[in-house]
Design a protein around this ligand. Sequence first.
Ligand code: WT7
Length: 655
Amino acid sequence: MSTIDSVLKENRLFPPSEDFRVKANVSGMEGYNALCEQANNDYEGFWADLGRELVSWKQPFTKVLNSTEAPFYKWFEDGTLNVSYNCLDRHLAGSGDKPAIIFEADDGTSTPVTYRELHQRVCQFANGLRSLGVKKGDRVVVYMPMGVEAVVAMQACARIGAIHSVVFGGFSAKSLQERIGDARASLVITANEGLRGGKSVPLQAVVDDALALGGCESIQHIVVFQRTQTAPAQWDARNVWWHELTAQQPTECEPEWMNAEDPLFILYTSGSTGKPKGIQHSSGGYLLGTLVTMKWVFDYKPDDVFWCTADVGWITGHSYVCYGPLAIGATQVVFEGIPTYPDANRFWSMIARHKVTTFYTAPTAIRSLIKLGADLPGQHDLSSLRLLGTVGEPINPEAWIWYHEVVGGGRCPIVDTWWQTETGAHMIAPLPGAVATKPGSCTLPLPGILADIVDESGAPVEPGKGGALVIKKPWPSMVRTIWGDPDRFKKTYFPEEFNGQLYLAGDSAHTDENGYIWIMGRIDDVLNVSGHRLGTMEIESALVANPLVAEAAVVGRPHEIKGEAVVAFVVLKQNRPEGEDAKRIARELREWVAHEIGKIAQPDEIRFGENLPKTRSGKIMRRLLRVIAKGEEITQDVSTLENPAILEQLRVSAL
Ligand code: WT7
């Protein structure tokens, strides 16, 4: 992979400036090393101190880590708290009038919402949910556009102890239905439609379709936020307008006091096999993870204007839009739209207008904005910025250097943050006032995070050698289980090969001579397309569900902007199509996948064959498909291949 080659050659070091280091929350390598040492000397004491310092408890915990049912670890188990109280109420006395959210709508209008106002809106909505019978432990699916209401919906669930499961607004009715069914949710919160890039996005209509598919009998109400004037095509007796639900509700709402281990939310993510996994997070440990990383990695200061561009449909939007920034009392920008509307100046203009200090986005967005106008940031006053971040995939050094020079004016550290839906919060990232950065490396684990790179037997590999990235000790914000499937949780993350002792991240990585970690990519059949996680099996199952398709295999190939592109090899039940016929069927299959999963999973390329390359025992040889997808010559051994002629056919058939 060309990105990896260039990453491997990259060795420039960018230490923090003296000015940044002096003011930083963790200052210099002395500061970083001191924290690591504390964690090494007394692991539980280290996390207990942070838990007491950063989280407001109703009933303080006396127990720290309970490993008796490992890998089902418990943190702070006898403590009680409410996450929404931590995000809102505790700021009212000192910062009630501080803007919590500066909301910028798709059309460019912006509205500040203070902590006091946000608190009132969350309380009203929480009371509304209670009036519909939602109670502690119930599951609530949130299928919303980006905006203040999405945050209000999630915070209101947290306030009454309901477990939210946010489904990204780009997922199809089928995906939504599967998630509602798996979580046995009792309520869906949606909007009539969303607005992105000047276009409306159907939401309530997709919910209607999802419910019509069946299997969602658990749903009792659908709360609909009216984002636009478009009237709903259908209005079920179970539907309730958001504004009607909240109109008469009191602006105070007693929080439900939760045990630290009570689930805060489920978020579905793709795995290597089968259906998406409901990643279940806790209340106490998760909140601590978001808080400590806001402080260390984002070096949070009270006068910051923080902006994470992620949608709340992903973990990044949970931890660094909905929870972390509010829990620490920050002012943050929440953006409804897309980076290219009305044009590719949008992000830069927003940074200038809102005086953003901390900007956090995905490498794929950076790459596409370079392509659309590498000189555009220069036309805006970006002098408010002091810290930049990236997340979701490795960043190629070229894009890193551009981000550093052109966006950050050469003065802002870049925090390349490695983490996952399962980890809840950053795990490997430079503390910006301490760790010198290297373009393309997420650098060093955070204090209290024991990352390592191991071989198949679980033994650490030498620097420079690739291996599996693992975490050696449980950490507070870790996934607690897979909703409804504890066996799968155990097998996936704490496999027998490592005696159930190591958390297996699913990424391969290596370290360099400075001990810096370089992420190489997934070791399972998971693709990373524009920072979004997609299971190849999921796309394959969607394809074979089409009546025309006999067999399908999906692989990734490097893509300049998206990181990875989806390439599908398809065998039809009919003869292998050619010419216009092939184009038409390929188009149909793309639409089919959008319909089954969502547009984000649509294959970039489809190749039809009479068959797929298989071993004599019938196993599809994916490594050959990856070579073909890249457009490279096959130099590997094909002697075990049953049907070598098929390779040529697939090689010439890109559509
Ligand atoms: C996978 C997790 C974590 C929020 C967004 C994605 C990849 C994530 C980085 C990074 C290289 C990264 C990994 C990981 N990944 N951050 N800084 N450098 N790779 O969350 O959907 O759970 O995906 O994203 O492969 O396993 P996710």
